[in-house]
Structures are given as structure tokens and as C-alpha cells.
Design a binder for this molecule. Structure first.
Ligand SMILES: Cc1cc2nc3c(=O)[nH]c(=O)nc-3n(C[C@H](O)[C@H](O)[C@H](O)COP(=O)(O)OP(=O)(O)OC[C@H]3O[C@@H](n4cnc5c(N)ncnc54)[C@H](O)[C@@H]3O)c2cc1C
Length: 494
């Protein structure tokens, strides 16, 4: 009987064998605690595999967890060139796969095992008496449909957000017809120049969204259009400006990431794609045989687009359904742990900065339960692996009872001072300037703070993630609350 089936052992369950889940397992093993890693996919880094053709923008030196490195090097592994930018596939093949195969980890990693629910063992969420100190029950379902329960002393949910895309419709809701149009949807990061080429060659592709995934798709489509006649590209964005994606450039601490926006801006300027700003999708009208009608508006102007394939690069949201029985303290807007949310809130944050944070910031009312990694950022888009590695180092130290190590949080990323949450101005050519100098909102060491002198920490993107940077004023539906917190008093913007 494996330790997975032998539930009385009360190990620490880690949900997800992505970079952060496996890093958590490495830290647990180093501290002599048995992990049970439960992964829905068939191998490590299953989510990353889905965008394996894409090159990341942080070099290897930021992508390897310290405990994972120690375990790997002890078995003769050599780290890849620290300055090289790996593709998603390289991240898995050269790091996550060898890590998951280490003799000290492999027996504890279970693939094809999806966590469907987490609860306190023996009681439901409403029961307070006798709750503290009770183990967790983690319910899993295999691909073959078999259910198994694992009892754990603590749970680290590092299941990412890749599996749950934001809908394409307005209001944060799927548009009527969106589910029925699923056969036209190509995901957030299709392999346009590789495995998915035939879906796009000679077709009309619609790209929805304004993040790095959209930029990657647009650049690949433009390359395809050079060699595949008839390939057309329409790019729709909700905001009145594409500045948030163009941003970056030379101001980006990760140069490859900065170049993405600059190249997309050039494509628009050269007329190689059609950009429609201020676009809202009202409904989809799928055809039985033929293009998909996307019916919407650009401002007040009705627009109907007939497209063959849709790249839905609208970002992701966390799956909190499986955590319904756990007492969580999540921010109602960002869906991140409530102490972390103000530090990363996309309404105000323009960059990948975040103050170092660990177990105390990530704790929930149900002690011993943590959301870490990409999922800990909820709906905020600026997560970096290195942040997750520090999160799980601190969480595991706390689980091991090493309070001092848990509280000594540090994030080994370059200090930068360029991230700004100032509103921006975009000229007719799409050139972006900051409207005013800013000390940065909520990026100081002490957390949310407007105009503090503390230099933000982390990797500036130079890309204006902060919605407040886009400059498009929302229709006023009620009086704004009086200015008070960080950056209060600004008109709401999208
Ligand atoms: C195109 C792209 C480029 C990026 N570039 C960078 C970069 O340059 N630098 C950087 O630091 N970050 C980058 N990121 C962000 C990066 O994806 C994350 O930092 C990293 O993958 C997050 O790791 P994670 O372990 O938290 O989540 P994930 O990598 O998403 O791993 C979560 C795992 O959990 C599994 N899972 C999900 N649900 C369940 C469940 N219910 N039960 C069991 N298992 C489950 C998934 O299959 C997956 O294997 C990029 C992301 C994208 C999409």
C-alpha cells in the first residue's frame, strides 16, 4: 500500500505538480515531512506543457527554486545556463521532470489525480467546535473516475489558474452563445506556427485580450500571414487604449518581455492587423458550417465580425469551488488572500512588483491551509515563479514549526524603481508617457501605500497592468467613495 492510500499517515498534501507545487514538495522533503503531491495532468508542469512552445521572459536564474536545486544537484543535475530564457517545454524537460523523478520526490507525486474538494475531516464548514487542529480531507478523482480521499495535516493548494479562463463576454460573464461556440475557441496560447498551424492558415483569427498571451498570439499570427495567404488578424481590446500592452519596451526589467509590446505596436502601425478598441462582445452566433459571428460594440458603434477561430487571451481566475468547505479569507475583488490582495490589485498595480511575503500573509482562518503560487494571486495577472518559491519556503517552515524562518521573508529579485501606477497618456502614434511621477502605490515594503518613497521590489514589466493606467473612464453609476486608501479619488477606469 502506498503512503497515498495509507491516509492515516497525515502527510502534507500539495495540489499541483507545477513549479510551485514541486518546490513545496522539495522544501517539505528537506525538512523531513512527507508530501503527497496530487496532479491532475499526466506529468509535471502539465499546465506549462500547454504553452510549451512559448519562450518565457525570465531567465533560468529566476526560475529554479533553491530547495529543488539542492535536491537536484545532490543527484548530479547541472542547472541550465542562468541567462538563457527557456521555453515552457524546456522548463518542464530540463527542470520539472528531473525534479519530479528524483528518488526523494517520485514516490510522493501522483499524476492523473485531480483534487475535486478539500474539507476539514469529519465536519462541514459551519462547525466551529472542535475545528482547530483537525486534519484535512482531500478528495481526489482519477481519470478513470475512481475517487480516493487523502487525510492531511496541512494542504498547500498550488493548482494554478490555467484551467479556468476568464469569459469573453462583458460584465465578467460568458456572452450568450459563448459555450455553444467552443469549437471555434483555440485557447489562450495556441501553437500557431506549429501544431495548430492548420487552424489559422488562410483563416480570419480573432484575438481577444491585452496581456502577454495576446501579444504572443498576434506576433505568431503576423508571421503566419507572411507565408499563408488569406490569413487575417483582428485584435479586440476592452480598453480605449492598447497602451497597457505596448508599454514595456526599454523600461522592462526583462528585455524579452518588453520587446513583445513594442513589436505588436509596430504591427498595428504597419496595418498588418486590425485593432478595435473599446470593444464589448454581446453575443456569439455559431454557424453549423461557416464562420462564427461575433456581435458586439466598439463604444456605441455596433460591430459584427465573422471569424474562423478565436484566441481567448483574457486571463484566468482561480477555481475556488473545490475549496467551498474550507474557511478562506479571500479578497472579494481580487480573489487572493486578503492581506496579499492590496499588494497586487490590478486596479492599481502596473508591474510585477510585490513586497516579500510569506506564511503570515497567506494564512486563512482554517489553519494549515494555504493557497500558493499562481493561484495565490487570484485574478491578478502579475505572478512570477520566484514569488511562489519564497511563498512555499515560508509556508513549509511554518508547517515545520520554524517560525523564525517562516517570518524571514525575502524575495531575490532585482530592485527596480520604474514601476509606476501613474495614469498614462497615449499619443496618436501609440507612444506612452506617464502623466505624473509616482512613488508607486502599494509597492512599498510596508504594503499598500500611495506615494511612499520606498522603491518597489521585483521585476518591473513597464507594462501598465493597472487598469487605472488606461485612461478610459467608466460610465458613472454612482458617486465615488471619498478618497482614502491608496490612490483613492481617481475616477474608475477600465
Ligand atoms: C505564456 C506564459 C509565460 C510566462 N512566463 C513567465 C516567466 O517568464 N516567468 C515567471 O516567473 N512566470 C511566467 N509565467 C507565469 C507562470 O506560468 C507561472 O509563474 C507558473 O507556471 C506558476 O506555477 P504554479 O505552480 O503556481 O502553477 P501552474 O504552473 O499552473 O501549475 C499548476 C498545476 O496544478 C495542476 N492542477 C490544476 N488543478 C488541479 C486540481 N484540481 N487537482 C490537481 N492538480 C491540479 C495543473 O495541471 C498544473 O500542473 C508565464 C505564464 C504564461 C502563461
Amino acid at each position: 500500500m502506498s503512503e497515498y492510500e495509507q491516509s492515516s499517515a497525515e502527510p502534507v498534501v500539495v495540489i499541483g505538480a507545477g513549479p510551485v507545487g514541486l518546490a513545496a514538495a522539495a522544501h517539505l522533503v528537506e525538512r523531513g515531512i512527507t508530501p503527497v503531491v496530487l496532479e491532475a495532468g499526466f506529468g509535471p508542469g502539465a499546465a506549462i506543457r500547454e504553452w510549451g512552445h512559448v519562450r518565457v521572459f525570465s531567465p533560468w536564474r529566476f526560475n529554479i527554486d533553491a530547495a529543488a536545486r539542492r535536491l537536484l544537484e545532490a543527484e548530479g543535475w547541472s542547472a541550465p545556463n542562468a541567462a538563457h530564457l527557456p521555453t515552457g517545454d524546456e522548463l518542464v524537460d530540463d527542470y520539472l521532470k528531473p525534479l519530479a523523478e528524483l528518488p526523494r520526490l517520485a514516490p510522493h507525486v501522483h499524476f492523473d489525480t485531480r483534487v475535486v474538494a478539500v474539507a476539514r475531516h469529519g465536519i462541514d464548514k459551519t462547525r466551529t467546535v472542535g475545528r482547530d487542529g483537525r486534519p484535512y480531507l482531500v478528495r481526489t478523482r482519477t481519470g478513470a473516475g475512481e475517487y480516493r480521499d487523502v487525510v492531511a495535516r496541512a494542504v498547500i493548494d498550488a493548482s494554478g489558474t490555467w484551467g479556468k479562463s476568464n469569459p469573453l463576454g462583458a460584465h465578467g460573464l460568458p456572452a450568450p452563445g459563448e459555450a455553444e461556440a467552443s469549437s471555434y475557441m483555440a485557447g489562450a496560447l495556441p501553437d500557431i506556427l506549429g501544431a495548430d498551424r492548420e487552424r489559422f492558415a488562410g483563416r480570419h483569427a480573432l484575438v481577444v485580450g491585452m496581456g502577454h498571451s495576446a501579444a504572443n498570439a498576434l506576433l505568431a499570427l503576423a508571421d503566419l500571414a507572411e507565408v499563408a495567404p488569406g490569413t487575417r488578424i483582428t485584435w479586440v481590446v476592452r480598453g480605449r487604449s492598447a497602451a497597457r500592452l505596448y508599454g514595456g519596451g526599454d523600461a522592462d526589467a526583462l528585455p524579452e518581455r518588453g520587446k513583445l509590446g513594442t513589436r505588436v505596436k509596430q504591427l498595428v502601425a504597419d496595418g498588418r492587423l486590425t485593432l478595435i478598441k473599446n470593444f464589448t462582445i454581446d453575443r456569439f452566433e455559431p454557424a453549423t458550417d461557416g464562420p462564427l459571428a461575433v456581435v458586439g460594440r466598439s463604444g456605441d458603434e455596433p460591430v459584427k465580425l465573422d471569424v474562423d477561430v478565436v484566441v481567448a487571451a483574457t486571463g484566468f481566475r482561480p477555481d475556488v469551488d473545490m475549496l467551498r468547505e474550507v474557511r478562506l479569507d479571500l479578497d472579494p475583488a481580487v480573489e487572493a488572500p486578503s492581506q496579499l490582495a492590496p499588494l497586487i490589485d490590478p486596479n492599481f498595480h502596473s508591474c510585477g512588483t510585490v513586497p516579500p511575503h510569506g506564511e503570515r500573509v497567506l494564512a486563512h482562518p482554517d489553519e494549515g491551509f494555504y493557497v500558493a503560487g499562481m493561484k495565490s494571486y487570484g485574478r491578478a495577472p502579475t505572478f512570477l515563479m520566484a514569488t511562489g518559491y519564497e511563498q512555499v519556503r515560508s509556508i513549509v517552515a511554518a508547517i515545520a514549526g520554524d517560525r523564525e524562518a517562516a517570518d524571514e521573508v525575502h524575495l531575490e529579485l532585482p530592485e527596480t524603481g520604474v514601476c509606476s501606477s501613474s495614469p498614462t497618456v497615449e499619443d496618436a502614434d501609440g507612444n506612452v508617457t506617464f502623466a505624473e511621477a509616482s512613488g508607486g502605490c502599494g509597492t512599498g515594503d510596508e504594503g499598500s501605500s500611495c506615494g511612499t518613497a520606498a522603491a518597489p521590489r521585483g521585476l518591473t514589466t513597464g507594462v501598465l497592468h493597472g487598469y487605472s493606467g488606461e485612461g478610459a473612464t467608466l460610465p458613472v453609476v454612482q458617486e465615488a467613495a471619498p478618497a482614502g486608501g491608496c490612490c483613492g479619488g481617481e475616477p474608475a477606469t477600465v
